[in-house]
Design a binder for this molecule. Sequence first.
Ligand SMILES: [Zn+2]
Length: 175
Amino acid sequence: MFKEEREETMFNWGMIGNLAEGRPNLGPTMDVTVYRLMQFTLRDAIIQEFGVAAADRLFYRAGELAGRELFRTVITQKTDFAAFVQELKDALSALKIGILRIEKSDLEKMEFTLTVAEDLDCSGLPVCDETVCTYDEGFISGLLLEFSGRKVEVKEVDCWCSGDRVCRFEVRPAA
Ligand SMILES: [Zn+2]
Protein backbone atom coordinates (compact mmCIF):
# COMPACT_ATOMS: atom_id res chain seq x y z
CA MET A 1 0.00 0.00 0.00
CA PHE A 2 2.36 2.79 1.18
CA LYS A 3 5.56 0.97 2.11
CA GLU A 4 6.32 -0.20 -1.40
CA GLU A 5 8.65 1.92 -3.53
CA ARG A 6 7.21 2.72 -6.95
CA GLU A 7 7.94 4.36 -10.29
CA GLU A 8 4.31 4.32 -11.42
CA THR A 9 1.14 5.06 -9.50
CA MET A 10 -0.25 2.23 -7.43
CA PHE A 11 -3.31 4.16 -6.31
CA ASN A 12 -6.75 2.77 -6.99
CA TRP A 13 -10.20 3.45 -5.62
CA GLY A 14 -10.17 0.24 -3.59
CA MET A 15 -7.52 1.76 -1.31
CA ILE A 16 -10.23 4.00 0.13
CA GLY A 17 -11.62 0.86 1.71
CA ASN A 18 -15.01 -0.25 2.97
CA LEU A 19 -16.33 2.71 4.94
CA ALA A 20 -19.64 1.09 5.85
CA GLU A 21 -17.74 -1.70 7.55
CA GLY A 22 -14.98 0.44 9.00
CA ARG A 23 -17.06 3.36 10.29
CA PRO A 24 -20.44 1.92 11.28
CA ASN A 25 -21.07 4.72 13.78
CA LEU A 26 -19.25 7.71 12.28
CA GLY A 27 -20.17 7.05 8.64
CA PRO A 28 -18.43 8.19 5.44
CA THR A 29 -18.47 11.98 6.00
CA MET A 30 -16.41 14.34 8.15
CA ASP A 31 -15.82 18.03 8.74
CA VAL A 32 -14.24 20.14 5.96
CA THR A 33 -11.86 21.41 8.66
CA VAL A 34 -10.25 17.98 8.79
CA TYR A 35 -9.78 17.81 5.01
CA ARG A 36 -8.11 21.22 5.01
CA LEU A 37 -6.05 20.37 8.08
CA MET A 38 -4.70 17.33 6.26
CA GLN A 39 -4.13 19.02 2.93
CA PHE A 40 -2.65 22.26 4.22
CA THR A 41 -0.25 20.69 6.73
CA LEU A 42 0.92 18.22 4.09
CA ARG A 43 1.42 21.05 1.60
CA ASP A 44 3.27 23.09 4.24
CA ALA A 45 5.58 20.17 5.01
CA ILE A 46 6.27 19.52 1.31
CA ILE A 47 7.05 23.23 0.73
CA GLN A 48 9.47 23.21 3.68
CA GLU A 49 11.19 20.09 2.44
CA PHE A 50 11.14 20.55 -1.36
CA GLY A 51 9.98 24.13 -2.15
CA VAL A 52 6.89 25.71 -3.66
CA ALA A 53 7.42 24.54 -7.24
CA ALA A 54 7.77 20.90 -6.21
CA ALA A 55 4.76 21.16 -3.90
CA ASP A 56 2.66 22.58 -6.75
CA ARG A 57 3.85 19.85 -9.09
CA LEU A 58 3.03 17.12 -6.59
CA PHE A 59 -0.39 18.53 -5.75
CA TYR A 60 -1.24 18.86 -9.44
CA ARG A 61 -0.10 15.32 -10.07
CA ALA A 62 -2.02 13.93 -7.12
CA GLY A 63 -5.15 15.83 -8.19
CA GLU A 64 -4.78 14.41 -11.69
CA LEU A 65 -4.63 10.88 -10.29
CA ALA A 66 -7.76 11.56 -8.25
CA GLY A 67 -9.61 12.91 -11.30
CA ARG A 68 -8.63 9.92 -13.41
CA GLU A 69 -9.64 7.45 -10.74
CA LEU A 70 -12.93 9.23 -10.06
CA PHE A 71 -13.74 9.11 -13.77
CA ARG A 72 -12.95 5.40 -13.96
CA THR A 73 -14.83 4.46 -10.82
CA VAL A 74 -17.69 6.90 -10.29
CA ILE A 75 -18.58 8.25 -13.73
CA THR A 76 -20.73 6.05 -15.96
CA GLN A 77 -21.31 8.56 -18.80
CA LYS A 78 -18.07 8.15 -20.70
CA THR A 79 -18.89 9.15 -24.29
CA ASP A 80 -21.52 11.92 -24.47
CA PHE A 81 -20.01 15.18 -23.21
CA ALA A 82 -23.24 16.78 -21.97
CA ALA A 83 -24.22 13.61 -20.09
CA PHE A 84 -20.71 13.35 -18.64
CA VAL A 85 -20.80 16.96 -17.42
CA GLN A 86 -24.21 16.47 -15.84
CA GLU A 87 -23.13 13.34 -14.03
CA LEU A 88 -19.92 15.03 -12.93
CA LYS A 89 -21.85 18.03 -11.55
CA ASP A 90 -24.08 15.65 -9.60
CA ALA A 91 -21.11 13.65 -8.29
CA LEU A 92 -19.13 16.73 -7.19
CA SER A 93 -22.18 18.05 -5.45
CA ALA A 94 -23.01 14.69 -3.79
CA LEU A 95 -19.41 14.31 -2.62
CA LYS A 96 -19.52 17.94 -1.45
CA ILE A 97 -16.43 18.88 -3.46
CA GLY A 98 -18.08 21.94 -5.00
CA ILE A 99 -20.70 23.28 -7.39
CA LEU A 100 -19.48 22.98 -10.98
CA ARG A 101 -20.55 25.25 -13.83
CA ILE A 102 -19.25 25.24 -17.39
CA GLU A 103 -18.97 28.80 -18.69
CA LYS A 104 -17.42 28.05 -22.08
CA SER A 105 -16.84 24.79 -23.80
CA ASP A 106 -15.25 23.83 -27.11
CA LEU A 107 -14.75 20.09 -27.17
CA GLU A 108 -13.12 20.15 -30.60
CA LYS A 109 -10.39 22.54 -29.49
CA MET A 110 -10.38 21.17 -25.94
CA GLU A 111 -10.83 24.67 -24.56
CA PHE A 112 -13.05 25.22 -21.57
CA THR A 113 -13.74 27.74 -18.85
CA LEU A 114 -15.35 26.34 -15.78
CA THR A 115 -16.11 27.52 -12.30
CA VAL A 116 -16.40 25.77 -8.97
CA ALA A 117 -18.39 27.50 -6.25
CA GLU A 118 -18.12 26.60 -2.56
CA ASP A 119 -14.89 24.82 -3.43
CA LEU A 120 -13.70 22.32 -0.86
CA ASP A 121 -10.08 23.51 -1.12
CA CYS A 122 -10.42 27.26 -0.72
CA SER A 123 -13.86 28.78 -0.18
CA GLY A 124 -13.74 30.91 2.94
CA LEU A 125 -9.94 31.13 3.21
CA PRO A 126 -8.30 34.47 4.00
CA VAL A 127 -7.69 36.51 0.84
CA CYS A 128 -3.97 36.45 0.00
CA ASP A 129 -3.56 37.30 -3.70
CA GLU A 130 -2.80 33.70 -4.59
CA THR A 131 -4.73 31.13 -6.58
CA VAL A 132 -4.29 28.05 -4.41
CA CYS A 133 -6.38 25.29 -5.96
CA THR A 134 -3.51 23.40 -7.56
CA TYR A 135 -5.00 20.03 -6.56
CA ASP A 136 -8.24 21.01 -8.33
CA GLU A 137 -6.33 22.00 -11.47
CA GLY A 138 -4.87 18.52 -11.62
CA PHE A 139 -8.22 16.95 -10.73
CA ILE A 140 -9.96 18.64 -13.67
CA SER A 141 -7.13 17.72 -16.04
CA GLY A 142 -7.38 14.07 -14.96
CA LEU A 143 -11.14 13.96 -15.54
CA LEU A 144 -10.81 15.49 -19.01
CA LEU A 145 -7.87 13.27 -19.92
CA GLU A 146 -9.90 10.16 -19.12
CA PHE A 147 -12.98 11.46 -20.94
CA SER A 148 -11.23 12.63 -24.11
CA GLY A 149 -7.93 10.77 -24.17
CA ARG A 150 -6.27 14.17 -24.63
CA LYS A 151 -3.84 15.81 -22.27
CA VAL A 152 -4.86 19.29 -21.15
CA GLU A 153 -3.36 22.03 -19.04
CA VAL A 154 -5.62 23.52 -16.40
CA LYS A 155 -4.90 26.87 -14.82
CA GLU A 156 -6.88 28.49 -12.05
CA VAL A 157 -7.36 32.17 -12.97
CA ASP A 158 -9.71 33.27 -10.17
CA CYS A 159 -9.87 31.84 -6.67
CA TRP A 160 -11.58 32.64 -3.39
CA CYS A 161 -8.04 33.38 -2.15
CA SER A 162 -7.41 35.91 -4.90
CA GLY A 163 -10.58 37.71 -3.88
CA ASP A 164 -13.24 36.05 -6.04
CA ARG A 165 -16.38 34.24 -4.95
CA VAL A 166 -15.82 31.25 -7.23
CA CYS A 167 -12.77 29.43 -8.52
CA ARG A 168 -12.44 29.77 -12.28
CA PHE A 169 -10.33 27.38 -14.35
CA GLU A 170 -9.09 27.77 -17.92
CA VAL A 171 -8.48 24.55 -19.83
CA ARG A 172 -6.24 24.37 -22.90
CA PRO A 173 -4.70 21.46 -24.81
CA ALA A 174 -1.30 20.55 -23.36
CA ALA A 175 1.62 21.96 -25.34
ZN1 LIG B 1 -9.62 28.34 -5.58
